[in-house]
Design a protein around this ligand. Structure first.
Ligand SMILES: Cc1ncc(COP(=O)(O)O)c(C=O)c1O
Length: 445
């Protein structure tokens, strides 16, 4: 028998995602426990979580009701297939989501991640038109800087160059992207969203003129560009996009993997902007990060289009072994109870000004070129080092962890804060002040 390639405690074998592996393994950041707003690392150090896990632990870490619901479920029904069978909690959760979603969004397809949610919505859009005999509508239009996960469809409609460059050719019919509704010259340091009339959505009309509306299936946007660096939407933008999609018979998909479940002060950001899309993708906060789960909630019009088949025939050729997994369903039901019982979305809404004020106070800190915020999400953009994009942000992120015991997220040279909805105002202030301290200490400041 050959010897194992790595010793049991060796860090070598695990290939970390979206991480510089060699550097990480030379000075790893290993988290051992978490409760509320804090991690404890393997050395016993208490670390403030400034990013709600990865935008998912909206109710803070390790709430007991969620842990207990998962444990009960594991002992009662560990697994049941949702292909041709089902189990009660999957139906219960879908009904709960329909009741919480904007009117008209009533049918939920469960998946296991945000990436799969985006992929599923894109496939449903094409499948919907195919079912209606309009298979010529195949184009899927994304937006610059957007992130829709890592699968081929999501990467194709996504607008982050580094996520796309190595993986082409991407999915046919996804080459067009709407512009990010942001102009650095006028918009930098603007707190929150804008009221201004904007014409960014009208770019869709150019694409309609170019390709013909009868070739376009769907437009997918994040109500707030999250992983691309926290770009709030303009207040009228989504309404205008909805109007144009209606005008040309195009489906509108909101990817709310980050913005749903309290991040923007509501169950869905669609509510905040008063716009109802044809589908919403969600994941992350639905289980408070405790069990992988995502989903797409769609209209009856879309659901019904798939159901025009004989009784024995499958209506949608799509799904996963773990679609509607009992542990995920139990975790989600307990999470939704917790959000409701603790009034956490309202609490998040009330905290928005505290985060806004804390981050915008960093305007004069070294290297800062823009600050953006909306809901409980904020970005502090730093000037890149010439010829080394991302290096300054990376160093700041590591220093936040090592010197200030704070986890922040990185998008290029942009530092992101997204506190849990349970954060106290002094914790939010500490996050921003730790960033200031780190920036002041950095070379060249
Ligand atoms: C808007 C959006 N869509 C999709 C995803 C992908 O989710 P996951 O990492 O669960 O696949 C993310 C992840 O951050 C996201 O922010």
């Amino acid at each position: 028998m050959s010897s194992p390639p790595h010793a049991p405690n060796d860090l070598e074998a695990f290939w970390l995602p979206f991480t510089p592996n060699r550097h990480f393994k030379s000075s790893p950041r290993l988290l051992a426990k978490a409760e509320g707003m804090y991690y404890v690392d393997v050395g016993g150090r208490k670390i403030l979580d400034g990013i709600s896990g990865l935008w998912c632990v909206n109710a803070g870490h390790s709430p007991r009701p969620i842990a207990e619901a998962i444990a009960r479920q594991a002992a009662e029904l560990d697994f049941a297939p949702c292909f041709q069978f089902g189990h009660p909690k999957a139906f219960e959760l879908a009904s709960r989501i329909a009741a919480m979603a904007p009117d008209g969004l009533d049918y939920t397809f469960f998946v296991n991640s945000g990436s799969e949610a985006a992929e599923t919505a894109l496939k449903i859009a094409r499948g919907y038109f195919a079912a209606k005999g309009e298979g010529g509508r195949f184009r899927l239009i994304g937006r610059d800087r957007s992130y829709h996960g890592v699968n081929f469809g999501g990467v194709s409609v996504g607008g982050i160059g580094n996520n796309r460059k190595a993986y082409g050719p991407l999915v046919p019919g996804t080459d067009d992207h709407l512009p990010l509704p942001y102009d650095r010259a006028t918009d930098a340091f603007h707190p929150g969203e804008y009221d201004a009339n904007c014409t960014y959505a009208d770019e869709l009309e150019r694409l309609v003129a170019l390709h013909g509306a009868n070739t376009i299936a769907a437009v997918i946007v994040e109500p707030m560009t999250g992983s691309g660096g926290v770009f709030p939407t303009r207040k009228d933008y989504l309404q205008r996009l909805r109007m144009l999609c209606d005008k040309y018979g195009i489906l509108l998909i909101f990817d709310e993997v980050i913005t749903a479940f309290g991040r923007l002060g509501h169950t869905f950001a669609a509510e905040r902007y008063g716009v109802t899309p044809d589908m919403i993708c969600f994941a992350k906060g639905i289980t408070n990060g405790a069990v992988p789960l995502g989903g797409v909630v769609a209209t009856k019009k879309i659901y019904d289009a798939f159901l025009q088949k004989p009784d024995h025939a499958i209506d949608i050729f799509h799904g996963h072994t773990y679609t509607g997994h009992p542990l995920a369903m139990a975790a989600a039901l307990a999470t939704l109870d917790l959000y409701r019982d603790e009034g956490l979305f309202e609490r998040g809404n009330a905290l928005e000004p505290a985060l806004r004020d804390a981050v915008h106070a960093l305007k004069s800190a070294p290297f800062v070129t823009d600050i953006r915020n909306v809901g409980l999400a904020a970005a502090i953009e730093l000037a890149p080092i010439a010829d080394a994009p991302g290096k300054r942000g990376y160093e700041a992120m590591i220093r936040c962890f090592e010197e200030e015991s704070l986890v922040v997220r990185l998008a290029g040279d942009t530092l992101v804060l997204a506190p849990a909805l349970i954060a106290r105002e002094d914790e939010i202030l500490r996050m921003a002040e730790s960033v200031r301290t780190v920036l002041k200490r950095m070379p060249g400041s």
